[in-house]
Write a protein that binds this ligand. Sequence first.
Ligand code: SAM
Length: 286
Amino acid sequence: MDNLTDIGVIKDILSRHGFSFSKALGQNFLVNPTVCPRIAELGGAEKGVGAIEIGTGVGVLTHELAKRADKVVAIEIDSRLIPVLKETLGEHNNVTIINDDVMKLDLHKVIKEHFQGMDVVLCANLPYYITSPIIMMLLESRLPLKSITVMVQKEAGTRLCAEMGTREAGAVTAAVRYYSEPELLFNVSRGSFMPSPNVDSCVIKLNVHKDGGFKAADEEFFFKTVRGAFSQRRKNLLNSLSSSMGIEKAKVTEAVAAADISPNARPEQLSMEDFLRLAESLKQKM
Ligand code: SAM
């Protein structure tokens, strides 16, 4: 259906199916007609490409993806929306709906089963209660995705797209940059949704590193170091690392010096290369 951003049409369909919005599932549906076509286009949904969507709602973005990509697999946790989607997406024979929690699904298997030999992109208007866990799961499981184009809360988007070495950087910034090159595509006002949330949003695109990107010798320890460094932002690096990782301050001091980092540095001043060297030298002190 083409008019899935029309509030009257949405209300009619949802009331016929006895549907009421769930705040807990982050159900804010897009009613601004310009947003989904832009997400689909900028997100790389096109001929020869397979698209995955997380959280269909009434299928407004699914419809735009299905018009452009060869195949779409859309994952929706709320079983009440499945009969709605049968109605709204009935015209498309290239859409598969999976009624499941994306955090519990084996996405490697999904990609193998549905997108053999195709480039795959992921596009979504993410449920806000679980934005970072979903993004981290997608990146950490090293899914064979070309890009991840998602709507997130504006503040989250700023952090996710921050440059390393700037005030906005946090542990999630380092994680995103480890796997991808992020870009901020455009902002979306709160009035573009029904019901309207209390915050504005933005659409970001994570271009997944083709060659796998940075490679820490021990990835788990690398991320532990990053999280430890950012765990107490008001403390300097030595104190944060020492208290959060349970390593004596003298040993942390030696490791920081061996990594050629100033003992007074704050975590947000460090580059990715600094963190990689720091994790290496800290590990040797364990
Ligand atoms: N794509 C639609 C749109 O733009 O109007 C809906 C977006 S709404 C912000 C988020 C959607 O994600 C809801 O339909 C919600 O039911 C679904 N959702 C929430 N948690 C989920 C999960 N863990 N796995 C899959 N879908 C989920």
